[in-house]
Write a protein that binds this ligand. Structure first.
Ligand code: SF4
Ligand code: SF4
Length: 266
């Protein structure tokens, strides 16, 4: 895809929060010196976590953290789309509905009444949905949270007029390149690496534990083969289902496999 190079005037960016924990915005702030370099190249028009607030700003690149879980958020994402040249969703809340999408496959109607004294004041949708379910998204960054390198690489690519590089392969490839010992083969640890998108740097296998798939499904996955392997290693059907129905429970590949092992059809 050919993309337009930005003009000599500073590129305006905004970072907007929807239903989320703020962890992906912290990926920006934790970028340290690289963030300072970035601040030289762009004008940050809105980024509440960094203390810059102009939520109505027209921008070149809008980064969106969080999923859509309220009627107000449905309206707000439409308005942001209209004011933004490129829209990039960051983190699994924004790309797949996040942990809060567990309510999509549960009888969640009772939860507010069990927790809040006055649940009638809670105005939420019955589902948590990714940004791409509502508006056109130009690029997605997966991860819970995303990391600073992903974010900065995306901004630099867009500034240079090239399409940002998307991670598509599995975490297993990342482990092999780093010469990590496979935790599933060597230690018998259940690991979601064979179906999980690369990009985190293989953090968990590097410290000897299995991946729990916080970077979401890779572009091409064989979820059925991994699920049968996990079962053969001694996991119950419920435990196999739980491995798929966690942070990325609404990502289609994981949802289908997880519900199958729960004995449910979509
Ligand atoms: S993707 Fe994870 S870290 Fe990012 S906002 Fe959602 S829950 Fe927080
Ligand atoms: S190894 Fe898996 S669970 Fe750990 S950070 Fe990477 S993607 Fe997330």
């Amino acid at each position: 895809m050919m993309m337009t190079t930005f003009s000599v005037t500073k590129t305006r960016i905004a970072v907007h929060k929807f239903s989320s924990c703020d962890g992906c915005q912290l990926a920006f702030l934790n970028a340290g010196e690289a963030l300072l370099e970035l601040a030289e190249l762009v004008e940050i028009a809105h980024f509440a976590e960094a203390g810059v607030i102009d939520s109505e700003a027209e921008v070149d690149i809008a980064f969106i953290e969080g999923s859509v879980t309220t009627p107000a958020e449905e309206r707000r994402i439409d308005a942001i789309r209209q004011r933004s040249r490129y829209l990039v969703s960051i983190g699994v809340c924004a790309t797949a509905g996040g942990l809060q999408a567990l309510r999509n496959i549960a009888d969640a109607g009772e939860w507010p009444a069990a927790i809040y004294a006055s649940p009638q004041f809670i105005d939420s949708l019955p589902t948590s949905t990714p940004i791409a379910s509502h508006v056109k998204v130009d690029f997605e960054l997966w991860g819970c949270p995303v990391n600073g390198a992903q974010v900065l690489q995306t901004v630099r690519s867009l500034l240079a007029g090239v399409t940002p590089r998307a991670e598509t392969e599995t975490l297993c490839g990342e482990c092999k390149r780093q010469l990590k010992v496979c935790v599933m083969v060597a230690k018998g640890e259940p690991c979601m690496g064979p179906v999980t998108r690369a990009g985190c740097g293989a953090i968990c296998p590097s410290v000897g534990r299995g991946c729990y798939a916080c970077y979401g499904p890779a572009a091409s996955t064989n979820t059925a083969a991994l699920a049968h392997q996990l079962h053969a290693m001694g996991l119950t059907s419920k435990a196999v289902a739980d491995h798929f129905l966690l942070i990325n429970s609404a990502a289609p590949a994981f949802k289908a496999e997880g519900l199958k092992w729960r004995g449910e059809d979509e």
